[in-house]
Design a protein around this ligand. Structure first.
Ligand SMILES: Cc1cc2nc3c(=O)[nH]c(=O)nc-3n(C[C@H](O)[C@H](O)[C@H](O)COP(=O)(O)O)c2cc1C
Length: 170
């Protein structure tokens, strides 16, 4: 459901003038972070490819499933790898966070945790964290089932694109 939510969000962003590229963090092959690994071999291939993609982005939208009231360890591992680069490729990048969860709280606790390392690395997290609760019913192949949620997502994407443009100009 997080992939679907991301897909619908990128489609919306593209309908408003963006050109998005979808990447799946679960397919990024990254061994567990190690200082010695970085010192001896640099970034592994998966995180290095992500860094190249980030270099071409004006903004980033990430859909993050909530795992045990937090966010997936695999995602933290990728962030730890790319944080070795100075400057960090996330610094100064506008970032919109999304989560979809079958629960009634919609994964908001995961996003509050997830923004912390992004803040630490200078990522410019959009203050409105967008979550969808009851996601197995609310998010489908064809789109967002509930009109209120679909409207809120559109409003969020419009706000985020405006925020990104302002930051780029600043
Ligand atoms: C290990 C694990 C822990 C999870 N913990 C939570 C949780 O604490 N809160 C929550 O709302 N959903 C939790 N979920 C559900 C996920 O956030 C997610 O909504 C669910 O996997 C469906 O989304 P997906 O289709 O994108 O995987 C958990 C799922 C997994 C696999």
């Amino acid at each position: 459901v997080n992939r679907l939510l991301l897909k619908h969000t990128l489609k919306l962003a593209d309908s408003l003038g963006s050109t998005s590229v979808l990447a799946d963090y679960a397919s990024i092959d990254a061994p567990s972070y190690s200082d010695m690994g970085f010192l001896e071999h640099g970034l592994p291939q998966g995180p290095a490819k992500l860094v190249t993609m980030l270099g071409r982005c004006d903004a980033l939208i990430i859909a993050v499933p909530e795992y045990n009231w937090s966010y997936p360890g695999s995602l933290k591992n990728i962030i730890d790898w790319i944080s070795c680069l100075k400057p960090c490729p996330l610094a100064g990048l506008p970032i919109l966070l999304l989560a979809a969860s079958p629960s009634l709280q919609g994964g908001v606790k995961g996003l509050i945790h997830f923004r912390v390392p992004l803040d630490a690395l200078g990522g410019l997290v959009y203050p409105r964290l967008f979550t969808v609760s009851d996601a197995l019913n609310a998010v489908g192949e064809q789109g967002i089932a509930h009109e209120r949620v679909a409207d809120a997502l559109k409003e969020t994407v419009e706000g985020f694109l405006d925020y990104s443009k302002r930051l780029r100009r600043a």
